[in-house]
Design a protein. Structure first.
Lengths: 254, 239
């Protein structure tokens, strides 16, 4: 019941927006009616322009996420485990992290142009740091008493990592994944808005040339929806992988 | 009860933190199937000794001849929260029949019907029973118990003591139990050792009668003596 109630305000806002647009007090070139946006979405879907662009955007995000995530994870594991690697690398990585990742965009365009690799690079750059930070943090927070138990019971280093340290670090790592997803999405929006010849960001910029506010709003809505879906998937992953954890469990196993 | 081979022999053990000597010149021998209880005030070095025997801390002198990997039950259960009970028990196993062996061990501690449950659904006593199963499933020659019942309520503690007694009698490891509890020492021990400032100060054999009847005169007398060793006079001690 309360869940239903929480939808009341957004629904009312859309209705009011629609009403003003219909009455003509909201000119279409400023903000088109929601129904108009929906119609445009339907048309673009049917004439086959929307899905390929969405696919391209998703592919960029996924590639950048995979590259940046793997880098962050690998360095996180290295620094989390090895004091020497920590002394050698941690300061450098934290200095790089101090750069707002969007600030490197002009440099990236100089280096890589405005092609795919520039966008993937920007996404990867934004993703690597939260994953790195949370992996290091997670590993360092593993209960030393459990590690000691693993030693007593005779686990090899490899099994100690697999059975005790990685599972113990997982809540923190997944937290990093969720944060990184949001960063990846933001990086993609910026990269596509500034320089692209395909993808939904390009769709929006192209529409700007023709004052097609309905397409622009549509793209904004799509960005939002995909962001929400990605976050839900990450939450689902958390519930699956952290079923043992009292904070994530959706009920007891028995 | 005592077999003819020692489970562990300690000779002239030294251990220091910085320049503070915690254990010096300590000798100890535990036989297979023998249950030795180590008593002592806090800070006397008994946990340090146990950790040295477990191979958790380095030693600064002397020698320990015993199994490379004794099984340990700690005061906290130290179960992995992300593994089911049987996976926890099988943690140190490397064979094909891990599941069957873990199941049998859990059966022994009365949790055979909860193989797939999570540790967080257990009470303190149950969790400690799983920790005991995890130690015994390795069929250790030496079992080290570091105040494993200290955090349990009085009734659960007595049940756990009986369970440990029964399982040790069945598996026959050499046992070293570190505790503060004089009654526990008498119920469980074949021998009770009192440790003071880094070495074994006194040693008492526990008679069979004292072990099986809490109110047997032997038990009462031994309790008084042990308490006196720990600095509590017989008159002041509760009966």
């Amino acid at each position: 019941m309360l869940g239903l109630l929480s939808w009341l305000v957004p629904a009312a806002m859309v209705l009011v927006w629609e009403g003003f647009a219909r009455l003509g007090s909201l000119p279409p070139h400023i903000l088109p009616a929601p129904s108009k946006v929906a119609m445009t979405g339907f048309t673009l879907l049917m004439n086959g322009t929307l899905l390929p662009d969405m696919g391209i955007s998703l592919l960029r995000a996924a590639t950048g996420f995979a590259v940046g995530g793997l880098m962050g994870f690998a360095f996180g594991i290295l620094v989390g485990f090895s004091r020497i690697a920590g002394a050698l690398l941690d300061r450098t990585i934290l200095m790089l992290r101090a750069i707002p990742f969007l600030a490197v965009l002009p440099l990236v365009i100089v280096w890589l142009g405005i092609g795919e690799s520039a966008k993937v690079f920007l996404v990867a750059f934004g993703v690597a740091f939260p994953i790195y930070m949370n992996t290091v943090l997670g590993i360092r927070q593993v209960d030393p008493k459990l590690v000691e138990l693993g030693r007593v019971i005779g686990l090899s280093n490899w099994r100690l990592i697999r059975r005790i340290i990685l599972p113990g670090a997982l809540p923190s790592i997944l937290n990093g994944v969720r944060y990184a997803l949001a960063t990846a999405w933001l990086a993609l929006v910026v990269a596509e808005t500034i320089a692209a010849s395909s993808g939904i960001g390009f769709l929006a910029m192209d529409a700007r040339e023709f004052l097609r506010t309905d397409v622009i709003v549509l793209v904004i809505v799509i960005y939002a929806v995909i962001g929400v879906v990605a976050d839900s998937l990450a939450k689902l992953l958390e519930r699956r992988l952290l079923a043992w954890h009292p904070n994530y469990a959706s009920g007891t196993r028995r | 009860m005592t077999a003819n081979r020692p489970a562990v022999v300690v000779r002239g053990l030294h251990r220091a933190y910085g320049d503070r000597s915690v254990i010096h010149n300590l000798d100890l021998q535990i036989w297979h199937g023998e249950f030795v209880v180590l008593l002592g005030e806090s800070g006397c070095g008994k946990t340090t000794l146990l950790r040295a025997l477990a191979g958790l801390d380095p030693i600064d002198g002397g020698q320990i001849q015993g199994p490379a990997r004794p099984a340990v039950v700690f005061q906290e259960h130290r179960l992995l929260p992300w593994d089911s009970l049987w996976q926890n028990v099988a943690l140190g196993l490397n064979g094909k029949d891990n599941h069957a062996r873990a199941a049998a061990a859990l059966q022994e501690v009365g949790l055979g019907d909860r193989l797939d449950d999570w540790p967080r659904n257990l009470s303190g006593g149950q969790a400690q029973r799983v920790a005991l199963a995890r130690a015994l499933v390795q069929e250790p020659r030496l079992l080290l118990l570091d105040e494993p019942f200290a955090a349990l309520d009085a009734l659960t503690r007595i049940k756990m003591q009986l369970l440990v007694k029964q399982l040790v009698a069945k598996h026959q490891p050499g046992v070293l139990l570190v505790t503060h509890d004089v009654d526990e020492a008498i119920v469980l021990g074949d021998r009770a050792l009192v440790m003071r400032s880094g070495s074994i100060a006194r040693e008492y054999a526990v008679s069979a009668q004292a072990r099986s009847h809490r109110s047997h005169p032997d038990a009462v007398a031994l309790r008084d003596r042990l308490l006196a060793e720990l600095g509590i006079s017989a008159e002041a001690a509760p009966a």
